[in-house]
Design a protein around this ligand. Sequence first.
Ligand SMILES: Cc1cc2nc3c(=O)[nH]c(=O)nc-3n(C[C@H](O)[C@H](O)[C@H](O)COP(=O)(O)OP(=O)(O)OC[C@H]3O[C@@H](n4cnc5c(N)ncnc54)[C@H](O)[C@@H]3O)c2cc1C
Length: 688
Amino acid sequence: MKNNFATVRKVLSRGVPGRVNAGTQQSAGSELLDTSDNLSRRNFLSGLPVAGYSLIVLADRTVDAQTAPSPEEILPRFERIAPPENLRHMDGTERHMTLVDLKTDVLVAGGGMAGVCAAVAAARHGAKVVLVQDRSRLGGNASSEVKMHIVGASCHKGRPGWRESGLLEEFRLDDAVNNPQRCWELWDLLLYDKVVSEPNIILLLESILYAASVRDGRIQEVMVRCDKSEHLYRVKADIFCDCTGDSRLGLEAGAEMRWGREARSEFNESVAPEKADKQTEGNSILFTSRDYQRPMPFKPPAWARRITKEQMIHRPINSWEYGYWWIEWGGELNTIGDNERIRFELLSIVMGVWDYIKNSGQFPEASNYALDWVGMMLGKRESRRLVGDHILTQNELMSGDFEDAVAIGGWPMDEHTPGGFDASDQPPNVNTYIKEVYNIPLRALYSGNVRNLMMAGRNISATHVAFTSTRVMGTCSVMGQAVGTAAALCCKYGLTPRDLYQRKDRLSELQQTLLRDDQTIKGRRNEDADDLARRARITCSAESDDAKASLVTNGYTRDIPDGPINHWAAPLASNGAWIELAWEKPQMIREVQITFDSGFQRELTLTSSDSANKGIVRAAQPETARDYAIFYRKPGLDELVQIAGVTENHQRVKRHHFEPVSAQAIRIHITAANGDQYARIFEVRCYA
Ligand SMILES: Cc1cc2nc3c(=O)[nH]c(=O)nc-3n(C[C@H](O)[C@H](O)[C@H](O)COP(=O)(O)OP(=O)(O)OC[C@H]3O[C@@H](n4cnc5c(N)ncnc54)[C@H](O)[C@@H]3O)c2cc1C
């Protein structure tokens, strides 16, 4: 990395006041701060006068600053989905089911990573959302039911700097702090918390979308059933998002779709097979095991496969605490219709491989290990893909850009042999490395023939070859955020997703909204005309040679190793470090948004793999500012007034809303990071 902050020089300490107006009110978890240069850091945090100070920190939409809804606020939602009276029962075969009508702006089907991010993004942009998930847990393959670790554009540790930002980063940072023990059920719970904490979301768990009615090329309503509660839901919405992985919503709505591998000639894809076929990547079942410190025998069931050394030539076993993605099967069958058969085969392979590890005599180090979890739910990779206004292809992943870019990807094109484990004479996969991160266009995220249908996840509009890269869940998450945001804008302006693409002003609004929400779009920067920070003059207490203060408004919010630096850094002196944005004329400001550094040069994901977990910080990321305060300078005065104060921060993006102030300047004063000796900020935005 170029980020070498060895040389630091003191730049400025403009009339630092010895006194700060102190307030009477303080938000939870915040501290009153003083900017006095001669206070020690400890005093800085504790030694402030209190009288006459006005501190107003309104709830914002980012994690720990978010006001957690009370049970009283959450409970009415249950009455909407299980009304106590006026029940209408269905006729005929469903006569014991109760019909409930729901009307919403956005319906999201499927609560995997794509669906969760779509629902949360749409809800945070003001849309009413119904999120339908057929299981009891959110997260799809990343839930405790499958335990697949999320990867994406940074290719584990292979492409440092490109970890996904936005909602996924928010979730991961919370998880790292609250779940150092790497418990998958806590990750499920985190996703549940994110969803139920959004007042705009109605969550229907254990509810499956099974029908849709379409008129004039638009979905009018969908049917969802919850057999646990014996309800049938008839849901009307303006925009429908298919995040089911299997495109079930698109299927029911008559959307155009594809299955299998295109011929090389169709899209001029060098890694596609010569002839098109219906084969796909297969499904998998994972397991975890642990060391019980005493011999742990294992007897396989009678139906377990008998595994030989020859079968394992291309499938090396180096550790066994976390199962193997190459226990894969079913790509030559129908990965949906043959679900039960595929489950049986996969379980028999899992049992057989574990038997091989425990009883073949080749792995004596495994004698104290025993299985502590075996999946029962198939981890699915591939089935139907919806066809949009654009089909993303291999060549576009390898080079090219889109005017309607809304998200990034970067995982290699990761082709698995459809024969899976039984094709033991072949390697389980072949990777075609993609040199640079690529952009994903909006047109691949909405249906070409169903006007109000969008999609995110492994079922987007892509060729099979492009899908082998876009399918990973970091990429699915950022696509979900793009789709949810786009859906909310469609509802706001009464547009279809295609209109949104065609109306260039709205398309640009979508991209700028995404960037403001910390989504990365390669090559795009903050050009938000409303962001007052872009017109500010910037000074600071100190700055490093290559991490200048002026970079906090250059529009870019990540550093790529060996690339340009895009953040400000200053050593944390005894009284911290500050950066100030000043305007010639006073500005009315009601929101300050700060993007801190959360260490994108490292991997951050929940994984049961000990080797993948190496180097991951399961705590607050050291670079992130922990304690800081925001002040404003009243016009014509030198005095600083505190408007927000935060301690114990671990989030990358923080938004601070307050009663509007007329400010000549805004100062952010960082007094501690989570271990690092520097204050670091990628971006500051200010809004009226
Ligand atoms: C073994 C294995 C290894 C993999 N390795 C990785 C890896 O290392 N990292 C990585 O990031 N990705 C990996 N992948 C790929 C990745 O897991 C999938 O592509 C990804 O899960 C797609 O995310 P999604 O949100 O589109 O779908 P899913 O995760 O499948 O989520 C869709 C959700 O929708 C629900 N649903 C489906 N139909 C309905 C319906 N009709 N009504 C309501 N809900 C419905 C499903 O229950 C599910 O929870 C792997 C996949 C497998 C199987």
